[in-house]
Write a protein that binds this ligand. Structure first.
Ligand SMILES: NC(=O)c1ccc[n+]([C@@H]2O[C@H](COP(=O)([O-])OP(=O)(O)OC[C@H]3O[C@@H](n4cnc5c(N)ncnc54)[C@H](OP(=O)(O)O)[C@@H]3O)[C@@H](O)[C@H]2O)c1
Length: 385
């Protein structure tokens, strides 16, 4: 029996993780769960799974949960409690599914404590890739990517990483693949969140619509598989059936296919090196035929190019674009800027921040804070509306 701590249990990945656990009650136990403010949803989860700990990052939400709950689950609050459950000696596996930079500390704590990290929170790898990977090696932890593209690559390279030529990350192109640029000016939050294939949280849905999500995944692939930027390509594959391709020097190309459902990658991260039932339907290739592939339109999706550019500029530039994106997406969600302004804010933040080596977590966090401030100022100064 493996004890699982789910950081971000109320989110899209958290919910899918619980659905896979439900299929294997004799193999996995929900040891601890966390959320930010969704205390009512957490209440339901505490009643159903009886975890030992439930952490609300938000203090106010924690006291509401505490008042409502009558079982033995211990309620903790604040960001430090996330670290506590991630590093707890009874935790075997950590599902890292907090959205954004808020997830970084707990992932590093899980790494330091020798856990298996099932990594959905790509931000921790993007911002602190070298620090995280060093800690994983030093502490004998395991890192299994949950992003479907990286999970696919991991599956493909199980037998051989030698003579790997390049990888291709597939991208659906999001909800605006076929929308002309002229119409993107006026798209709504609802339009941007309306992903054709995947059901995801708001932030990653908007990131998919701007395609910065794919750019962040390029950076993720660079760290995870030690690839140079020129070894990573993006190909548009609207149906999201093929989840990435690995090209070898002998001309062979390996890939992993499945219906677009995160339970596939989640179950792999839980069962690795084995496989377990995930609840995902068997793929019907005839039904999805034809599978199509296109070059990405970098003019329409400038965020993709900005991500490649930041990878070339180094770790402080990567931190800057990620921070600017988080600020810009929040501003878009609040109706303060338009969809196309997201890329402009990222570009201006990248140009207005300094490049530096970031060798420890404190410098990574400081760089993130500076870039957030710069991005906020850019939004204030340029009246985009
Ligand atoms: N969804 C997908 O299909 C998918 C695929 C690949 C990778 N990912 C990555 O997985 C991560 C989670 O994505 P998601 O779509 O599951 O997000 P989501 O649905 O928005 O859920 C986010 C979770 O994080 C919690 N949270 C939010 N802010 C927090 C904070 N400041 N401190 C602590 N917890 C906080 C939320 O709690 P509340 O409910 O209280 O807000 C919720 O449990 C992201 O990094 C995303 O890029 C997602």
């Amino acid at each position: 029996m493996k004890n699982i701590t789910i950081l971000g249990a109320t989110g899209s990945i958290g919910t899918s993780t619980l659905a896979v656990i439900d299929l294997h009650p004799n193999s996995f136990k929900v040891f601890a769960i966390s959320a930010n403010k969704s205390w009512q949803q957490m209440l339901k989860l505490c009643i159903k799974y009886q975890p030992e700990y439930a952490v609300m990052a938000n203090e106010n939400a924690a006291s509401k949960l505490q008042k409502a709950l009558t079982n033995d689950t211990k309620i903790l609050s604040g960001a430090k409690s996330l670290n506590y459950i991630a590093a707890h000696k009874k935790t075997d596996y950590v599902m890292a599914a907090i959205v954004g930079v808020a997830g970084i500390h707990s992932v590093l704590m899980a790494a330091e404590s020798g856990k298996r990290i099932m990594l959905a929170n790509k931000e921790s790898l993007i911002l602190a890739g070298n620090i995280l990977l060093e800690s994983i090696i030093k502490n004998n932890s395991q890192l299994i990517p949950v992003d479907s593209e990286h999970c696919a690559i991991m599956q493909c390279i199980q037998n051989s990483k030698s003579k790997l030529q390049k990888v291709q990350l597939t991208a659906s192109g999001g909800p605006f693949l076929n929308t002309p640029i002229s119409k993107l000016k006026s798209v709504s939050i609802k339009d941007a969140c309306n992903h054709p294939n995947w059901s995801m949280g708001h932030k990653i849905s908007i990131d998919s619509a701007t395609m910065i999500n794919k750019g962040l995944e390029v950076i993720e692939a660079h760290y995870l598989f030690n690839l140079k930027p020129e070894q990573i390509e993006v190909v548009i594959h609207p149906k999201s059936i093929i989840h990435s391709l690995v090209y070898y020097k002998d001309g062979s190309v390996l890939s992993q296919l499945s219906n677009p459902d995160m339970r596939c990658a989640i179950s792999y991260s839980m069962a690795y090196p084995n496989r377990i039932k995930s609840g995902v339907k068997t793929l019907d290739l005839i039904k999805h035929s034809p599978l199509e592939f296109y070059k990405p339109d970098y003019k329409k999706f400038p965020c993709l190019e900005l991500a490649f550019e930041s990878l070339k500029q180094g770790v402080s530039a990567i931190g800057a674009i990620n921070a600017a994106n988080e600020i810009a997406v929040a501003a878009f969600m609040q109706g303060k800027i338009k969809f196309l302004d997201i890329a402009k804010v990222i570009e201006k933040t990248l140009a207005s921040t300094k490049r530096a080596e970031l060798n420890n977590l404190a410098s990574v966090i400081a760089n993130n804070e500076t870039a957030r401030q710069v991005a906020s100022l850019i939004i204030k100064q340029c009246s985009y509306n």
